[in-house]
Write a protein that binds this ligand. Structure first.
Ligand code: SF4
Length: 501
């Protein structure tokens, strides 16, 4: 048996509540490819969505029981998020002690294979995993060496990390992939299905670790996937995980058109797009007709110097205008911001933290955003930002700031133009300003005046403002819980006393 594990988040975070309604797409795609091999039974355990799984005394999935019930010979780990890497190491050591072969794949281990190979992982897979996993499982089943397989890292007989480069045959044609089989995910309840067809990105945002020439499966491929999920799993809600839908505009238009013709607006899609894609009317019309309700947009910052340092590719002057274009079509906008982005010499920011915060507040108010997420800048492994901060000696060593903290909820570097405390606290203050408790009373009021408001403004406008207040109150409760959860004073003090790299 091959068991693929999506490791648990180290602690409560703002993604926790949505994570237990869905599961990460990548591991399920790889598991599906592996499940087509004769002789292998395959399962996925998503530790963030597994209410009915056996649990240990700490509330985590009990892998000892799982292994006793159905022993796996090979276990794979999804290593896309740095914050979950310590959990991967803990489980890898546990499984390896039982004689299980351990495999890891995802951005984190791609950029730092040796680190995990020294902590319980036998093989690291680089890039797309669908073909490599099949080759690995075949070799393991037949007792052959994996040393000649391309795109893997392992420790050689002298304990040195060896990486095989090269290409994996047939892996490039994404249209050949089978339907993603969410039935392989045990113990989970999936309400929102992640789907996607585009990999890589042609942009070069400094903070991002998504690299590689963009390539994609066809719009027909994605349509077939949706149709299959609707028919076999009664799926209604989808999250298209492609970082930039507009990367293959033609394919996306084809997909939305087919969805609109077959399902009208009866399905529910959440998508991710760049802000400037709002200029493309034809694209917005196609999304609207197909039932796209929520568009997640990485605004990052309303401050030009920060946008310039991020290499975002636009300035703040058009941001409000482009936002209005999305709103004109009635899309709900989930806006993602980065707080405290470190300046570069060419775009040095001289304003105070107070002014900075004011600019964020003003922009969020003027843009009428539906939901917002403001996280601290994360020096992600593999990103240019991390390299820059490393060169400037502004990163904390991993014993002071372990990978667990790399989830956007913690200050992860020494800022120059604000204090560590301001880097840590201001995003929470800004979020509290947006997700205010008064929304509770507005929900009640809007429910009371519904009949009149419905006649005056119509269903769409009433529902939007009522739903936004509901979200705001939900957000307020989450932030309240998070504030209690993070004992930040100690954390900041520890950083203040620490030596930098
Ligand atoms: S943040 Fe988005 S647009 Fe920028 S490089 Fe990453 S995936 Fe591409």
């Amino acid at each position: 048996m091959f068991r693929l594990i999506v490791p648990a988040f180290p602690e409560l975070n703002i993604f926790s509540s949505v994570a237990n309604k869905m599961t990460a797409l990548g591991p399920v795609v790889v598991a599906t490819a592996a499940s087509k091999l004769w002789g292998w039974r395959v399962e996925v355990i998503d530790e963030n969505n597994c209410k009915s799984a056996p649990k240990d005394e700490n509330g985590f999935v009990d892998h000892r029981t799982l292994q006793a019930q159905s022993p796996a010979e090979v276990v794979g780990f999804y290593c896309g998020l740095s914050s979950t890497i310590p959990r991967v190491w803990e489980l890898a050591k546990f499984y390896r002690a039982m004689g299980v072969t351990t495999i890891a794949g995802g951005w984190h281990t791609h950029y730092a294979p040796e680190e995990s190979l020294n902590r319980g992982i036998d093989i690291v897979v680089h890039g797309d995993g669908e073909m490599v996993i099949r080759q690995l499982l075949n070799c393991i089943a037949e007792g052959k060496t994996i040393e000649n397989i391309a795109c893997v890292s392992f420790l050689d007989s002298e304990g040195k990390c060896r990486t095989n480069t090269g290409e994996v045959s047939d892996g490039a044609n994404l249209d050949l992939l089978p339907y993603t089989d969410f039935g392989l995910v045990r113990f989970s309840k999936i309400k929102i299905y992640q789907i996607g067809r585009i990999r890589g990105c042609s942009r070069n945002c400094e903070f991002c670790s998504v690299k590689g020439k963009p390539r994609w499966a066809s719009g027909q491929f994605l349509f077939d996937q949706v149709q299959w999920l609707v028919e076999t799993r009664k799926a209604r809600e989808f999250f298209i995980v492609d970082d930039r839908l507009e990367e293959d505009r033609k394919g996306s238009l084809f997909f939305f058109d087919k969805i609109a013709k077959k399902y009208g607006r009866s399905l529910d899609f959440t998508v991710q797009a760049r802000l400037e894609a709002g200029k493309d009317q034809e694209f917005l019309v196609a999304m609207k007709k197909a039932g796209v309700r929520v568009v997640c947009i990485g605004y990052e910052s309303p401050i030009d110097e920060e946008l310039q340092a991020m290499q975002k590719g636009y300035s703040s002057k058009d941001m409000l205008e482009w936002t209005k274009l999305y709103h004109r079509f009635g899309f709900l906008i989930h806006a993602m911001f980065i707080w405290g982005y470190p300046s570069k010499k060419v775009s040095e920011l001289s304003i105070s933290t107070k002014e900075r915060a004011k600019k964020f507040k003003k922009f969020i108010r003027q843009a009428h955003l539906d939901t917002v997420q403001i996280l601290r800048a994360i020096p992600l492994i593999g990103s240019e930002l991390r390299t820059r901060l490393e060169q400037d000696k502004r990163l904390f060593s991993l014993d002071v700031l372990p990978w667990e903290k790399y989830d956007g909820n913690y200050a992860c570097f020494q800022p120059k133009n604000m204090s560590l405390h301001e880097l840590q606290e201001t995003p929470t203050k800004l979020m509290r300003g947006f997700y205010d408790p008064m929304s509770f009373f507005r929900i009640a009021l809007k429910t009371l005046v519904f009949p009149i408001d419905y006649l005056v403004r119509g269903w769409d406008d009433w529902y939007r403002s009522w739903r936004n207040d509901l979200r705001k109150y939900g957000g307020y409760l989450i932030i309240k819980r998070l504030r209690k959860h993070y004992q930040q004073d100690d954390f900041i003090k520890k950083l203040e006393n620490a030596k930098h790299l």
